[in-house]
Design a protein around this ligand. Sequence first.
Ligand SMILES: [Cu+2]
Length: 510
Amino acid sequence: MVFTRKNVWQLGDTWADPILWYARGVKAMKARALNDPTGWRFFGAIHGIDRTLWTRLGYLSEQDHMPSKHDLQTYWNQCQHGSWYFLPWHRGYLLALEAVIRDAVVQAGGPKDWALPYWNYFKPDQNKLPPAFASKDWPDGTGDNPLFVEQRYGPDNNGTVFVPMDQVDENALGDARFVGGADGGSPGFGGVNTGFSHGGNIHGGIETQPHDMVHGLVGGGNPDTNLPGLMSDPDTAGLDPIFYLHHANIDRLWEVWNETPTSTGDPTASKWVKGPASIGEHAFVLPMPGGKSWTYTPGEMKSLSELGYQYDDVSSPFAKPQMVKRLERLGVAVAAADVRSAAMAEPKSTELIGASGSLRVTGSDIRASVALDRSVQSKVTSSLKGFAAAPTQSAPDRVFLNLENVRGLSDATTFNVYINVPDGDDPAQHPELKAGSIALFGMRKASAADDKHAGDGLTFVLEITRIIDALHLAGTLSPDQLHVRLVPRQPVPDAAQISIGRISVFRQSP
Ligand SMILES: [Cu+2]
């Protein structure tokens, strides 16, 4: 049997069978105790649990019995973030949750081929929360719809949940390489090389966008209590039923990337294929129906078809490879095959062009200046010129803006980042100068110094090649400074205590 995950907005009806059965399965899981490995809260805690936060949000009480020490150590707090294990760990997590839901569905007389739908917020008119999740009622009007979550505040913190299209993108699909560097250059499509990483510092391309953004935009925060929506924090996200439809879409994008002609494929390094257990660290292990336990490796997650799964749509959202579009903008005509090899080349070196000092993120308009090293900058210009002169022999530099060591307390914060907006102008009027959008998913956890983390916070990497190319074409790529502006969706309160270690710019030569 092949299980097919389908687009939630194209099932034909708000309460089409896959959604109705999902709701019944979630209800069955929610009825189970905290220490039942097939219970809803147990699964949420597998992703992550912060007991203070759970208690304050009403998901944990003194009446709850904790799981055994063995179960706790085996299963809880396992999600992989800021790591090349992000995609494969979450693929396994979806498979296990789906198996537990399906077991409940089949026991209640539902379809044996039930599979999770996915939410593709990028499709026209599909960026709103699917209506079955927004309703307090079941279709018959009774009021305990388990898909509804009170603590889901949306981008404007008012309970209207949608994904604003100007804050998400799928550009990570254009990154040819799965694994990136932790050196200021591209973090890759899938992330950087780490060991077991429950909260790493540098998020990979697809993790930053759209993954983190959708978490922050859907969850939002409670404007009265400053508590995050469930989706906004990795320690509560797995409690929201929409989580699994969002992650099914991220998982689908992994498949889309693998089908993209410029992609170089999943990692082959044994540390990735065999997973963290192969280097003596925590294994990936999840509960299955009937008291079973399932241990898996990233290598086993590579092939969806071998796992018996497919998506109803894995077409690319881009008509042309992004590298081809870049060359067209630069006015360079190159055969598609040459473009492909240039895009797929392993990066040779990464070099710092400049950096700012530390800054505090508060209010609604945060500004910083990055002093640029002229000699490094001229290398970028000559790489662009050299490429135009001999396009089959080289590839132009890529340029990355890094927000390093972002620390603070409020993961629900999201903001847009702009470069060189003219003084007095509204940044929103300059989409061509937007470097990207960032959500601080995982920051609170990464900021706390404990036995496993140094409290370094998160580092975000945004590719600004497109903006640098435009400055180059306009003949204005020679300033001493780059002006960076951060525009939060909601003003950032002082109480969020958000700071950035420094903002830096790197060139990466292919
Ligand atoms: Cu997630």
